[in-house]
Design a protein. Structure first.
Length: 139
């Protein structure tokens, strides 16, 4: 898999990938999420391709204190092939080079498969409660 920075021409394929992976939600407009990311740290929005076909994506971020990853997705036909691990290793290297000391990832508590994926990559549950507040509605 080749990993590169997202290009605008990838938009439809990325949204289709997110939908195929069950990552989209009615309250998060994927087009608006992409628009926001390309306006802030676009160099941390990655896609993975195999034979020029987009099969993976991830939005990373670093605020000077902690790193984050959202929308990590691998096409269901390619899951279990190591592509998610490769993309996460790539992101970890990029963030480490930026001086990022810790990476935080948000996973829905009911998504046991994804929790297992991250556990296999040596991520563990932090003793924290995730809080959120919508500041701008996508509806």
């Amino acid at each position: 898999m080749e990993i590169r920075i997202y290009k605008e021409a990838d938009r439809a394929d990325v949204i289709e990938l997110w939908e195929d992976c069950g990552l989209t939600r009615p309250w998060n407009d994927p087009n608006k999420d992409i628009d926001r990311k390309v306006q802030f740290q676009p160099d941390l929005f990655f896609v993975g391709t195999v034979s020029s076909k987009l099969i993976a994506s991830a939005m990373a971020g670093y605020d000077g204190h902690r790193g984050s990853v959202f929308y990590l997705a691998v096409n269901p036909e390619h899951q279990g092939s190591g592509y998610g691990q490769k993309l996460m290793a790539y992101i970890e290297n990029v963030l480490t080079e930026m001086g990022c000391p810790k990476l935080n990832i948000v996973v829905r508590s009911t998504n046991e498969r994804v929790l297992g994926f991250y556990n296999n990559l040596s991520y563990s549950t932090d003793e924290v409660v995730g809080l959120g507040k919508r500041l701008i509605s996508d509806a």
